[in-house]
Design a protein around this ligand. Structure first.
Ligand code: KIV
Ligand code: NA
Length: 278
């Protein structure tokens, strides 16, 4: 498949071909996302912090860690558009600091675009990045980088007032130049409404079936995340069971001496062996 572009994503939105986005954190998961022509976007999400690095929240992730992992994902990425989250604290201080950090993600992390969480308060930053040719994916609704300020991971936009705020934020971010927007954990009515009123593709996670596309976290899809399962997660595979049985089978074969077998090693010419012993 040819490389996915912002223009081809717009065409999918127009033609109502749902956009597929899946997260990846290293070379093998990057390769896996590229293995299927029906994956449109690979996201190096800052969920990297929890599912891959064992931190307790995304706020602990540094820019250096994100660059290191994005670079690995990029080596495994072919056709999907490659997007990376800007970690907490790397885009709020000023538009020029945000631009410097986004440029590092592009040059060192080798991604095509960056994703930023926030509403109208980050419009100047989105405008700055977009104006210098850095494609920005926005992210509204539930903002995991603000889980303390929001008193937990909670559905957003359930009251008329909160829904208005999410909708206005989305409009402002589109106006600021975002090429696409993630809408996380909002009622399905709002996910559909935002999608109809915006001109850019919306990518939903817990935002119902009415968005232009969907995104899920790799470990949630594969059933390898041992922590909380959000309401909007569907496990499409159970890799934990075969993974654990692989570990168990290896350990028991070593313990009982059935690994390695003769065929799983090398031999020496008898003559050479005798020379060696002499
Ligand atoms: O960090 C992440 O994985 C994300 C997606 C779930 C949207 O931001
Ligand atoms: Na994220």
């Amino acid at each position: 498949r040819k490389k996915v572009t912002i223009q081809s994503l717009q065409a999918q939105r127009r033609n109502k071909i749902p956009i597929t986005m899946l997260t990846a954190y290293d070379y093998p998961t990057g390769l896996a996302c590229s293995s299927n022509p029906d994956i449109d976007i690979t996201l190096v999400g800052d969920s990297l912090a929890q599912v891959c690095l064992g931190h307790s929240s995304t706020t602990e992730l540094t820019l250096a860690e994100m660059i290191h992992h994005a670079r690995a994902v990029s080596r495994g990425t072919a056709h999907p558009l490659l997007v990376a989250d800007m970690p907490f604290g790397t885009y709020h201080i000023s538009p020029s600091a945000a631009a410097a950090n986004a440029i590092r993600l592009i040059q060192e992390g080798r991604v095509d675009a960056v994703k930023l969480e926030g509403g109208s308060e980050i419009v100047p930053i989105v405008r700055q990045l977009s104006s210098i040719g850095i494609p920005v994916m926005a992210h509204v609704g539930l903002l995991p980088q603000r889980y303390i300020a929001m008193s937990g991971y909670k559905v957003q936009g359930r009251s008329a007032e909160s829904a208005q705020r999410v909708f206005r934020d989305a409009l402002a971010l589109e106006d600021a130049g975002a090429f696409s927007i993630v809408v996380e954990a909002v009622p399905k009515e709002l996910g559909t409404f935002i999608t109809r009123r915006l001109k850019i593709p919306t990518i939903g996670i817990g935002a119902g079936p009415g968005t232009s596309g969907q995104v899920l976290v790799w470990d949630d899809v594969m059933g390898t995340w041992p922590g909380h399962k959000a309401k909007f997660v569907r496990r499409f595979a159970d890799l934990q069971t075969p993974r654990d049985s692989g570990v168990a089978a290896y350990a028991s074969a070593v313990r009982d001496g059935t690994f390695p077998a003769d065929a799983e090693g090398y031999t020496m010419d008898k003559e050479e062996w005798e020379k060696f012993l002499a």
